[in-house]
Structure formats: structure tokens, C-alpha cells
Design a protein around this ligand. Sequence first.
Ligand SMILES: NC(=O)c1ccc[n+]([C@@H]2O[C@H](COP(=O)([O-])OP(=O)(O)OC[C@H]3O[C@@H](n4cnc5c(N)ncnc54)[C@H](O)[C@@H]3O)[C@@H](O)[C@H]2O)c1
Length: 391
Amino acid sequence: MTLPVARWRVSYQRPIEYEIVNAPGLFEPENPALLSCGRVENGRRFVVVDSTVFRHFGEAIQAYFDYHRIRARIVPFASGEEHKTVDSYLGILYELDSFPIHRRDEPIIAIGGGVLTDVVGFVASSYRRSVPHIKVPTTLMGYVDASVGIKTGINFNSHKNRLGSFEPPRRVLLDRAFLRTLPRRHILNGVCEIIKLAIIKDAALFNLLEIHGPASVEAHFQDDAGGDILDRAISGMLEELEPNLYEDNLERKVDFGHTFSYGLETRHEAHLLHGEAVLLDILASCMLALGRGLLSESETERIISLVHQLGIALDPTLLDPALMWENLLERIEHRNGYQRVPMPDGIGHCIFLNDITQREIEQAVERLTRYAIFNNALSAHACLEPLTSNT
Ligand SMILES: NC(=O)c1ccc[n+]([C@@H]2O[C@H](COP(=O)([O-])OP(=O)(O)OC[C@H]3O[C@@H](n4cnc5c(N)ncnc54)[C@H](O)[C@@H]3O)[C@@H](O)[C@H]2O)c1
């Protein structure tokens, strides 16, 4: 008689490997990058393109696939946070389901900003339980942040990214020429995430921003120094993401600016971009760090002055301490029972706090408002105009 089995154990490891590649001239016919990681002969591609990018490059994209005799279904997608919805996600899935592609060697191609790559990444992760995808960021936010990691997501039930997955892309293709047509406000939106990295982990990047940032912003990062800033920001981001791709460790430096900004972004969705909300959070956090003696007066002034030099205008009166406290309590759920708030202790370093009080948040916001008034650095109501595709 055999003994009854008490348990079965399954253990399986799957390596994750993908490359982020500088691929200028992406739609030039001889450039093979866009067809990497898949079948070319008799190949097909399902391509989702940001509708603004489609207006600029739609013909070039179609010509590229025609040249290679690839049957391509090119789907324009209206971006902006208001389109990061279940409906948009389902809309793309219906399109995809009507265009047959092989499950392994005809990767979906996502060309657009962070909204598009987050939504299409989620489509790729859930369609047939995962099909490969390639990301091509066309905004600065996508270039330095949204496209380089493995997180996908859509907003749900009034919460940002409440539905989503971890889905590594097959490849990320970078062509900073896309940034030429990006409106200045969206350039600055991406710069906010670069400032985040500089303050929290990279003093040399902070110096680069101080010296070259304003000119690079003017040049939409087409200048040499702009290229250096972008490369350094991506390297820094990957240093944080790669050892912790699935966020087993919930103390994440890259969460700086992503604690108090959540509700702010949702409350002011029509007026405030992701990076702008993140920067308001960062500035309030710096005031909190100043209050604790983690940052000195001169370091705090350097940070405010950098924001000013880069031409970023934000309205600190949008910060509502009660909402920020609510967000912190929500983040405690997200971070498994602890605040785990990254906080700079000097420019280029951070620690994690678990004992922030509601009173401290109130004081930080008061201090920031005073700073804003006395230094005339952050002009009130500057970002209250509604967002349109031309902003
Ligand atoms: N997955 C992640 O790890 C991660 C990280 C950071 C941010 N995000 C997400 O990214 C989103 C924000 O991304 P975003 O700021 O790129 O917004 P977005 O995708 O809405 O793009 C912003 C605007 O720029 C336009 N646009 C795109 N490329 C253009 C170009 N080359 N020229 C002219 N216009 C262009 C779009 O049509 C849109 O109107 C947020 O939803 C955020 O949650 C995700």
C-alpha cells in the first residue's frame, strides 16, 4: 500500500532579460530595430501608436512596415491620464483579437507616452495570458521612467494603477528625436522624475541638471549634455529597478515623490500631470526633511532654485495636508504595513521614514508655501489651466 501524498511542491525559475537600446532613426527603412525580437518573413505586427505621434509619423510608420512587407495593424490611441481606463484597455483588446498574431514571435509594438505603454503593456500581459511586447517611449516621462521598468497598469475605481501587472518587455527602443515635438510642459513633466532621482540618489546628476538642465530643456534634450542627462537618469533608474523588479523589497528610493502625490493627481486629473504632482510631493517632502534636520537650509535652497532655473512653475496651494495624510495611510496598505517613505538626508542620499506625523505634513506644507512666496520660485496657479493635447 502506498502512503497518501501530503503535499506537492512546484519550483520554477524564469530568467528575465531585456535590453533598452538607443535606436535613433527608428522609422528609417534600413533600421531593423523595430522588427527585432520577432519574425520578419511573412510577419505581422499589431502596433498601437499615440494619436499625436501618429499625426506626426503615421505615414512613416506605415511606409516602414510596407518596405519590410510586414502586415501591420496600426491603431492610433488617444493618450492623457483620462484615457488610462478599463474602456481603453478593452478597446485595444477587441482590436487585437480581430487581428491574429502568433503567440510568441510577433510582438505587439507600443509607441507612445507612459499612458500608452502602461495600457498596452497590460494588454500584452493579459492577452492569451501574456504575449511579447516592445516599448517605444515618445515622451520624456516614458523615456526615463515609464518604459524602462516592467510595471503596467490602468486606473480603476478612482485609484491610479489599481489594476496592472509586472510584464517585462522584450525590448525598449529609445529615439530621443521624438522629444522634438513634445510640448514644453511635457518635457518639464519628465524632468520632474529626473530631479527625483538626482535628489534621492545621484548628486552628480543634480550637478549636471544645475549646469546644463536649463539649456537642455530649451533644446528638448537634443543637445549632447541633454543626452548625458538622459543616459545617467536611465542608468540610475535601472540601478534601483533591476535588483528589485518585482518589488519584493518595499523600501524603494524611486518611490520618492510617490507617497503624497497619489490623491493629488486623481483630484486634479484635468489640471495636473503625473510629474507635476510628483514634484509637489518632492518639495513638500524636502520641507519635511528640512524640519527634521535631514536637509540643510542651503541644500533645500539649491533644490528650490534648481526647480526655478528649469522653469517649472507649480502651485503649492494645491497641497492639502488632510489629503496627503489620507494618501500616506493608503500607501501604508500598499507598502505592507509601514510608511517606508524615502526622504533625502543630503542631496544624493536618502533614508526611509516610518514615523511621519500628520502635524509634520501640515508644517511642511506651510513651510513650502512660505518658501514659494519669499523666493518667488513657484508661481501660484501656474498649472491650473486645463490639459489639452496641445499643452
Ligand atoms: N509603468 C511605470 O513604471 C510608470 C512610471 C512612471 C509613470 N508612469 C505613468 O505614465 C503616465 C504619464 O505618462 P506621460 O506623461 O508620458 O503621459 P501621456 O502618455 O498621456 O503623454 C502625454 C501627452 O503627450 C502626447 N505625446 C506623446 N508623445 C508625443 C510626442 N513625441 N510629441 C508630441 N506629443 C506627444 C500625448 O498624446 C499626450 O497628450 C502616468 O499614467 C503614469 O502613471 C508609469
